[in-house]
Every structure is written in C-alpha cells, then in structure tokens.
Ligand binder design. Structure first.
Ligand code: 3HC
Length: 722
C-alpha cells in the first residue's frame, strides 16, 4: 500500500493545487515525492494550467522526509536525483511558476520543497525550519543552499545548527516567506499570487540563484569560520554540523549547483552513521514514552484539569508551579506560613523574570502569567482543585498526614500526587482510602526547565489518573515516562551506581578530575564529581542512605563524601566540594581533596590499586557506565520501566546521557550484552558485588541477545544480524 500521496485539482482560474496527504504530519515518503513529481509533470503538460500551488492537507504543509525510511531504499547512483533533477531543475526551473501555501508546519524536506517554489505564503502560527541536524543528518533537498540565499548566511546557519524553527512573522521579516495571511485566506491569496507571477505583477524568483543576501566571499568565509568554531565548541563529538557548514561553503565558493551535489552525497552518507541512528532512535523513543500498554490502549480520554494545587513553595514546588502557569494552568500555591509563601512566590517571579531577561517572554506576558497564581495558607482553598502536587520535604510521617488532609479537603475526583524522589507511594497513601488516585509526579530540578517527568504508578493507581497525568505532562512540554513504584524509580536508580562507581574508582586510586574529564569527554554535561558538587552533598548522603537500605547487597559504601561534609565541604553551595568555586562559580580542582581521599581510603581499608591508575578513558567510561547498564537491566526486568527505550529517554533527559549515543540501553546494545557481562563479571571478582552482573544481563549475554529486545523476544544478536 502506498505510504502517502499528493492530489491535484485544477481550478477554472488555471491554478493547479497539489496537496500533500500523508497523515499525521504529511511526511515526504518516497510515494509522496513520486506522486508530487507525477502531478507536477501533469500540471506542466496541461494547457489549462497556468501556475501551481503546493500545499498540505489538514492544515500542515509537511513535517519533512519520512524519518522511518532513513538508512535504506535508495541506491547510491540515485543520490542527488531528487534534489537536483526534480527539485531544482523541474520544480524550481519550471516554465510555469509555483507558490507554496504553508500552514501549520514546513520542516526539513517540507521547507525545502517550499523554498524551491517561486514564492511562499504562510500563516502566522506556522513552524518553518530545517531541523535535520537534530537527527544527525543535514538537509538533503537543497536546504543548505537555498535557506542562506533567502535569509542570509548567519541566520541560515543559526536555523540549521540549532534546528529551531521560526514563525510566520519572523520568516516574513527575513524574506523566507513573501506574505503572512490568515488560514482562511491562504488558499485564495496563494492562487492569486501564482497568477500574479504569471502576469509579471509579482517577481518570479528562483531562490537557488539569489545572491543579494550572501556576503562577499571573504566575509562569508569569516562567518563560516566562526560557525565552525562555535559548532566544535558546543558539540565537540559531532561531525555532521561541520559537514553542514562545509556543504554551505561549497555552494558559496563553487556555486549552488556544486553545493547541491555535495549536499546530496553528504546527506546520504550521514544517514548511515551511528550518530544519526542514535538520534533517530531518540526521536522515536521520545514519542513512544506516552504509549503505555494496558493504560493508553484502553480508549480513556484525559479529563480536563482546570486548577492545580502545589503544596510547598521550595525549589521544587516553585519550579513546578512555574512550569504549570507557563502553560496557563490555574495554580494555587499552599505554604504553612506567610514567610514561606512569600518566598515561594518570589521564586516563581524570579523564574519568570529570568525568562524575560533571556528574551524568552515579554514583561507584559510575565505579569499576565503571574495572574494564574494564587498563594494560600490553608486547605479550605483546595476544595475545587483537580490535581494536587505535594512538594514538601522528604518525611514519610509528614506526607502521610498531608495526604490524609488532602483526602478530607479536596474533591473526590482530584488527583493526589507527590513529587517525592524516593518514598514509597503505598506508604504515603497508607492513611487514606484514595490509593487509586495517588500517583507520583517526579520532576527534575529546575522543574520549569528540565524536560523529563517521571509518572510513578502503584498497582492501585487507576489507568485514568495515569492518562490524565500523561496529558498534563505533554501540555507543560515535558516528556513523561511512566514507571513503577520503587526506591529511586527509573532515573535515580540509574544514577546511584553512576556516582558509586566513580567513588569506588577514587577509593581504589584513580584521580577525581581524571574521571570527570573522561566522563565529560564521553559526552555527559559534567562528570560525576562536578555533578555531586552541584546537587550538594546533603542530597547525595540522603539518597545514598535510601539506596543502601533498599539494595544493601550491591551498594558500594564510600565515606569520602561524609568525610568532606564533616569539614563543612558540601559542594558548590559552600564554595567547596570536589572543586573550589570562585565568585563567579567557576570550578577549579582543589589539591586539598587528597587529604580527604586518603582518610576515606583508610576508613574503608582499601589501598590504591596500581592497575587502576593505568586505566584509559574508555576503561573509565565502562567502569562508570556498565553498573548503570546493569541497574537499568534490573529496572526493566522488575517492570519498573515499561520498555528499554523509556530508559534511554530517562538517561538522556534525566541524567544528561548524550542523545547522540541513543540512551543507556541503546548504547549498551551497540557494545553487546556479552561484552558488558564479561567486563562486569571480571571486575566483580576484584572489586566485589557492586559490579556483579544482574541475572537479566547474564541471561541475555548467555543467549547473545540484545538488552533492549522485549522480554519475550530474546533472539540472539548474531541470529538477528543474519
Ligand atoms: C531530505 C530532508 O532534508 C530530510 C528531512 O526532512 S528529515 C526530517 C525533518 N523533519 C523533522 O525533523 C521534523 C520531525 N518532527 C517533529 O519535529 C514533530 O513531530 C512535529 C513538529 C512535526 C509534530 O510535532 P507534534 O505535533 O508534537 O507531534 P509528534 O508526536 O511529534 O508527531 C506525530 C507523529 O508523527 C510522526 N512524525 C513526525 N514527523 C515525522 C517525520 N518527518 N517522518 C515520519 N514520522 C514523523 C511522529 O513519529 C508521531 O508518530 P506517532 O504518532 O506514531 O508517535
């Protein structure tokens, strides 16, 4: 069956309207492109057609090439045929003009087709962009050549390198679209525009050959040089941003046609890279998190949530409140006294002001957003709320009392959630009869910025409540993952061994800063010790204690952090942790930490292991991350995570694992379960149970099976490669 098509209707005015139809986002599958080519050919042949309008069905122009089809299909000799022979020669070079009528979105290949039309008319609330780089590839239908020629080199580079789309008005100012009109007027105005081109009342432009927006060669080279330096600094591990800049340069130096050919070849080759495969896995995994078997397949519709109460205006509560009011939810912030309440409201105001400062919102909008917030001191005000998110300190008795009170004061349909990162939900709800509406809403700090939301269900949480929370997560622009109830849920379960393995390596003789450097080089935003400083040692000790209580058999008990705490070194907040911090919070290594390390080693009774000081960066990465993989396997087999790709998302969005490695499980599978098992097994013999491979990992390794394959599918890796 064909995957998408285009339709063509010819009006009595002589305009052929070609509509892209491939729900949900009108992706440009091979079938769509073939059909577009055929219909365009027809339009060129027909005497009753004077001009063409290209548009998309159901208010969306096109979301770009069909990402499902990457990495296959095309033969090498066909590379460039679509871009050069169809898009440039046939569509842009046609004897009859074409106009793109753009509503909703024109992304990637969608915008590239639109840029090859002789004019573009869009609506205001449209997304226009070339986000290919976020998939590890570069534009492949002429985007690297046409975008800079329409909007200028600097802006074109910015749009491609950041993958960020722009809206109609900005696109109009930049020259990417020629007019911005209402959705209702779009078809009529686009038709008339096309006829005006025929009648020479509007210019007939081929954007590939525009030169007015491109700087003279010397200046252009300087801009490209700067862009290269920036790209190397921001993403030192990634090659494709540099390839994109090289391709743009080719067009400027040797002419746009040479640029098209270089682009076609590079975009074809990049599809097969590990980076692209990982980023595409990330793209689909992110969308798959909201598909939860046994929950989202029951036909339940999310209920409308009008008003949300947040209990506690501390760092987490105020961040959560900020995220909610930013998405226009009515929020009631409850605190225990006037001082705490005012402090909470001030934090929320500061969060919004920081957006104003960064130019992400206007002062007027900030004031309007604050009108969604009300501060209260007692439960009486919670009688109409649809959702409560408790974000008070981690104290079981206090939370039990709060939930009992909530049951009394809130309406019976109200969802009762907690932002706890460790406490068992069955315990929290023990004093209520409302277990079916109790759920975890675990945000990550800062809650208004971090993109992940862990939704924690117990065996008693009703599917409706999970569906409601998934919907809220999406509305506040978080990626929600649904997890089971246990100490640390998914993200913190994976974080514990990450920190612990780093501490074990230091106890055994490895340098703190060498570990941080190796882990940063691997692609984490910072190493485990810099992170411990940022989070604060108090939190590290408290969560470590929880982990020790729940999983004593596989805990590595280092006393390094408690030893430093005794000396009031508690991390960045005290300006001293593993690093020392200056007035601008710049971190520098501190030779003094040696004395704490020696003390911790003597308490632990370990002596530095000579072998360990010879570890390479690769060894360090493996010794830090394989225990994370091991724990992720346990989280999966215990049913805490629904599927392995959810753990990939949890690791990328909750831990900062590099997205271009696809997430912790995807990365592990790229190395193979056998290899990971053999390394852990070996280390467990020297360093103890902390490294002991889990049963799941051992089983998968014995079968040579991938770790991510669903639990009932354990075909061996060698078999599946056949
Ligand atoms: C040759 C060219 O240069 C190469 C290219 O064009 S590469 C592709 C460039 N385009 C992109 O990167 C756009 C990717 N898509 C997106 O950013 C977003 O999906 C969007 C802004 C289009 C829509 O967002 P939103 O409304 O939130 O819906 P979202 O849930 O993301 O997507 C809806 C569905 O469309 C699918 N989809 C979106 N874009 C797709 C694409 N380009 N190809 C295939 N499927 C796509 C999603 O996987 C999802 O499927 P599902 O319902 O089965 O999970």
């Amino acid at each position: 069956m064909a995957k998408g098509r285009t339709t063509m209707e010819v009006g009595s005015d002589g305009v052929a309207v070609i509509t892209i139809e491939n729900p949900p986002v009108n992706a440009l599958s091979a079938d769509v492109l073939f059909s577009l080519k055929e219909n365009h050919e027809q339009a060129m042949k027909r005497d009753d057609v004077k001009a063409v309008v290209i548009t998309g069905a159901r208010g969306k122009f096109s979301g770009g090439a069909d990402i499902n089809s990457f990495g296959g299909g095309k033969k090498e000799e066909e590379v460039g045929a679509m871009s050069v022979y169809f898009v440039a020669d046939v569509l842009e070079g046609a004897k009859k003009p074409s106009v793109a009528a753009i509503d909703g979105l024109a992304l990637g290949g969608g915008l590239e087709i639109a840029m090859a039309c002789n004019s573009r008319i869009s609506t205001s609330n449209v997304q226009l962009g070339l986000p290919e780089l976020q998939l590890g590839i570069i534009p492949g239908l002429g985007g690297t050549q046409r975008l800079p020629r329409l909007v200028g080199l600097s802006k074109g580079l910015e749009m491609m390198l950041t993958s960020k789309p722009i809206k109609g008005e900005e696109a109009h100012k930049l020259g990417l679209v020629d007019a911005v009109v209402s959705p209702a007027e779009l078809p009529k105005i686009a038709r008339q525009w096309a006829l005006d081109i025929v009648e020479c009342r509007k210019p007939w432009i081929k954007s590939l050959y525009k030169t007015d927006k491109i700087e003279p060669l010397g200046e252009a080279r300087e801009i490209l040089k700067f862009a290269r330096a920036q790209a190397r600094k921001q993403a030192p591990h990634l090659q494709h941003p540099i390839v994109c800049i090289d391709v743009i340069e080719e067009g400027i130096v040797s002419g746009p046609r040479a640029g098209l050919w270089k682009e076609a070849k590079a975009s074809y080759d990049l599809q097969f890279t590990d980076t692209s495969k990982s980023l595409i896995h990330f793209f689909f995994s992110q969308r798959a998190t909201s598909k939860v078997p046994g929950i989202t397949d029951l036909g339940l519709r999310p209920r409308k949530i009008n008003s949300v109460a947040i209990l506690g205006g501390g760092l987490m509560g105020s961040g959560i409140a900020t995220a909610l009011i930013l998405s226009n939810y009515r929020v009631i912030l409850k605190e225990v006294n006037e001082n705490f309440l005012q402090a909470g409201i001030d934090r929320i105001k500061a969060n919004l002001q920081s957006r104003v400062k960064k130019g992400q919102m206007t002062q007027e909008n900030c004031q309007k957003t604050l009108t969604h917030l009300t501060g209260v001191l007692d439960y009486e005000h919670l009688k109409d709320v649809d959702l409560v998110i408790e974000a008070v300190i981690e104290n079981v008795a206090l939370k039990q009392q709060i939930f009992a009170d909530l049951e009394k004061y809130c309406p019976p349909h109200c969802i009762l959630s907690s932002n706890t990162s460790t406490i068992d939900f069955n315990l929290i709800g023990e004093k209520t009869k409302s277990q079916d509406r109790i759920i975890g809403a675990h945000f990550f700090s800062p809650a208004h910025i971090m993109p992940l939301l862990e939704i924690v269900r117990t065996e008693k949480t009703s599917p409706q409540v999970v569906v409601d929370l998934l919907d809220i997560g999406k509305k506040i622009r978080k990626t929600p993952i649904v997890v089971g109830n246990c100490t640390g849920f998914a993200v913190n379960r994976m974080f514990f061994p990450y920190t612990q393995s780093a501490l074990l390596l230091v106890d055994c003789g490895l340098d703190v800063y060498q570990i941080d450097r190796a882990i940063s080089k691997f692609g984490m935003p910072m190493g485990p010790f810099r992170l411990a400083d940022l989070v604060g040692f108090g939190v590290a000790v408290a969560t470590g204690a929880q982990y020790l209580k729940s999983f004593p058999e596989r805990c590595y008990k280092s006393v390094l952090i408690p030893t430093m705490l005794e000396d009031k070194r508690a991390g960045e907040a005290t300006r001293k942790g593993f690093y020392v911090y200056d007035n601008k919070r710049k971190a520098s290594p501190d030779p003094e930490i040696k004395k704490y390390i020696e003390k911790a080693r003597s308490v632990a009774g370990v002596t530095a292991d000579a072998k360990i000081t010879n570890l390479t960066d690769k060894d360090i990465v493996e010794m830090v991350f394989f225990p994370v993989v091991n724990e992720a396997c346990r989280v999966l087999v215990e049913g805490i995570a629904v599927k392995a790709s959810d753990l990939d998302i949890a690791s990328i969005m909750g831990m900062g694992f590099p997205s271009y490695r696809g997430g912790v499980m995807f990365w592990a599978d790229s190395l193979g379960s056998k290899y990971i098992y053999s390394r852990l097994d070996l280390w467990s013999k020297t360093y103890g149970n902390f490294y002991k491979p889990s049963t799941y990992l051992a089983e998968r390794a014995a079968k040579g099976a991938s770790l991510s394959a669903p639990l009932n599918q354990t075909k061996s890796q060698s078999q599946s490669r056949l």
